[in-house]
Design a protein around this ligand. Structure first.
Ligand SMILES: NC(=O)C1=CN([C@@H]2O[C@H](COP(=O)(O)OP(=O)(O)OC[C@H]3O[C@@H](n4cnc5c(N)ncnc54)[C@H](O)[C@@H]3O)[C@@H](O)[C@H]2O)C=CC1
Ligand code: BAL
Length: 507
């Protein structure tokens, strides 16, 4: 990994590397057809450091016309040089891209921290995971394969014949990413699509454009042909909507809110583009009476607090058996009160700010609403009196199924605890499944029988035992119910960017 030169550039009480400063000071454009270009209106937006509210830099934003240019470039690349590359050449490009990410790990980490707010150690882990993911999909290209099948009866009756399938890239893909883990979201969408041989127009969240802009440089440096990856920053209502409606986009992959996911499905019907959606969640965390509290207390806390709760897998509905309720709550309160909140660049920070003032107001609305609805506030509940969007890790007990804090995705560090009695697994699973979402969940117990029986009963795409949200590069991830369509990560993600063509040859 290329270390950055020592952090010497002053940055609101912290120091950042000169390379980071230089990146921020650059003019940030759109990447279309292999070139950094201005948007057609010349309009820009600001992105801010959510820990301080200070403007980091400005970046160009696109329009529907810019989307047209980017989609046309992606189509030309799809039909042109990109489709003529051998699998070995495609593998080499992705491998080179992975190495460049590794070489720029320190810069990517610092950009992710100041644009999103996450603590540096988490951003560093994200970058490592990104390298692993690009390598994983580079390695999967050589294994893309079809099958041979018995030919149809009417052809085989008349002549010798051969039937086989081939896998082909879906085509031009639009990818719309959110702000909660911007770099990782971009990589988990870009790398399987590139491995499959698709071309891409990506729209990062307008809240966090920076890491994708640096990835644009790295994609060019790696040698991807012009138009293979195009970046059009901008607003969801303009650029996102134009991509979703676009008649020459073959597939759209989206991560974000369920409400926007539904809008995208409607927009996508025009040309019936394929749609993959990774949407919201309200994941259950079930703590059985025999749970190992030494494991469960930090595990349950971080199930909610990871990424300040701005995490689609967040386990924010905690169901705890009455026998250990008080002990667990006491431990969770202590854990929450021991968490240090601060700027992500500060190495002592365990939790950073929320992404924006809007998100902070939303989270505070949930907290005030829960108090008004009669939940018991046992930890946190306040916004910090300092610049930036900091909300204390917050715990409610005595919550009930009808409270908003239990029903809706909050995307903040807010835990809602309910207690249950008995060990009727069907009844416990009914509590866990009492949500329109189905993304993630976890079970905390030392009884393997209980664990597996509950896993089988919980309706979610990803369930963990004695840990939460244990996702990985090779592990399919996605939702039941209103948490989405399709799967990302692993081979299933690659499949989502491939069509199957069946071929019969009369010999
Ligand atoms: N599942 C997840 O990982 C995420 C869930 N969320 C949820 O969504 C809530 C609101 O956050 P937002 O940033 O407003 O989410 P959002 O779903 O509106 O935004 C996510 C992405 O979609 C784009 N977008 C917005 N409207 C669009 C449209 N009409 N067509 C196409 N693209 C569009 C945005 O520009 C952004 O790139 C959060 O509080 C959280 O509950 C937010 C981010 C990630
Ligand atoms: N970069 C964090 C969100 C904002 O720009 O306000």
């Amino acid at each position: 990994m290329n270390a950055l030169t020592p952090n010497i550039a002053p940055f609101d009480g912290h120091l950042i590397a000169p390379q980071t400063r230089a990146f921020l000071d650059r003019k940030h454009k759109l990447l279309i057809d292999g070139l950094w270009v201005d948007g057609e209106t010349g309009e820009t937006m600001e992105t801010r450091d959510p820990a301080t509210g200070l403007v980091l830099t400005e970046f160009a934003i696109g329009t529907a016309g810019d989307v047209d240019r980017a989609v046309a470039a992606a189509r030309r690349a799809f039909e042109g040089p990109w489709s003529r590359l051998s699998v070995a050449e495609r593998t080499a490009l992705l491998t080179r891209f992975a190495r460049l990410i590794a070489e720029h790990a320190a810069l990517l980490t610092e950009l992710e921290v100041i644009d999103n707010g996450m603590p540096r150690f988490i951003a560093g882990l994200c970058v490592d995971n990104c390298v692993e993911m690009v390598d994983y999909y580079a390695g999967s290209i050589m294994r893309i394969q079809g099958t041979t099948i018995a030919p149809p009866r009417h052809v085989a009756a008349e002549a010798e014949a051969l039937t086989y399938t081939v896998k082909e890239p879906v085509g031009v893909v639009a990818q719309i990413t959110p702000w909660n883990v911007p770099l990782a979201m971009a990589i988990l969408k870009l790398s399987p699509a590139l491995a499959a041989g698709c071309t891409i127009v990506i729209k990062p969240s307008e809240e966090t454009p920076l890491s994708m802009l640096l990835l644009g440089d790295l994609l060019l440096e790696a040698g991807f042909p012009a138009g293979v990856v195009n970046i059009v920053n901008g607003l969801g209502a303009t650029v996102g909507q134009a991509l979703s409606e676009h008649p020459d986009v073959d597939k759209i992959s989206f991560t974000g809110s369920t409400a926007t996911g539904k809008r995208i499905i409607q927009a996508a019907t025009g040309n019936l583009k394929k749609v993959t959606l990774e949407l919201g969640g309200k994941s259950p965390v079930v703590v059985m009476p025999d749970a190992d509290l030494a494991l469960a207390i930090p595990g349950v806390a971080m199930a909610t607090y990871f990424l300040q709760g701005q995490n689609c897998m967040a386990g924010t509905r905690i169901f705890v058996h009455v026998d250990i309720h008080d002990a667990l709550v006491e431990g969770l309160v202590q854990f929450s009160q021991g968490m240090t909140l601060g700027h992500g660049l500060d190495p002592t920070s365990m939790q950073g700010p929320l992404i924006s003032q809007v998100q902070t107001d939303k989270v505070m609305g949930f907290i005030e609403g829960a108090v008004a609805e009669g939940a018991t506030l046992v930890a946190g509940g306040k916004r910090l009196e300092r610049p930036g969007n900091f909300v204390e890790p917050t715990i409610f007990t005595n919550t009930t199924r009808d409270m908003r804090v239990v029903r809706e995705e909050i995307f903040g560090p807010v835990m809602a605890i309910q207690r249950f009695e008995g060990t009727d697994l069907d009844a416990i699973a009914k509590l866990a499944n009492d949500t329109p979402f189905g993304l993630s969940g976890s079970v905390w117990t030392q009884n393997l029988g209980w664990a597996h029986k509950l896993v089988a009963r919980i309706r979610a795409g990803h369930v963990s035992v004695n840990c939460h949200g244990a996702v990985g590069t090779n592990i399919p991830f996605g939702g039941y119910g209103q948490s989405g369509w399709g799967r990302e990560f692993g081979q299933e993600s690659l499949e989502g960017y491939l069509e199957t063509k069946a071929v019969t040859v009369r010999l």
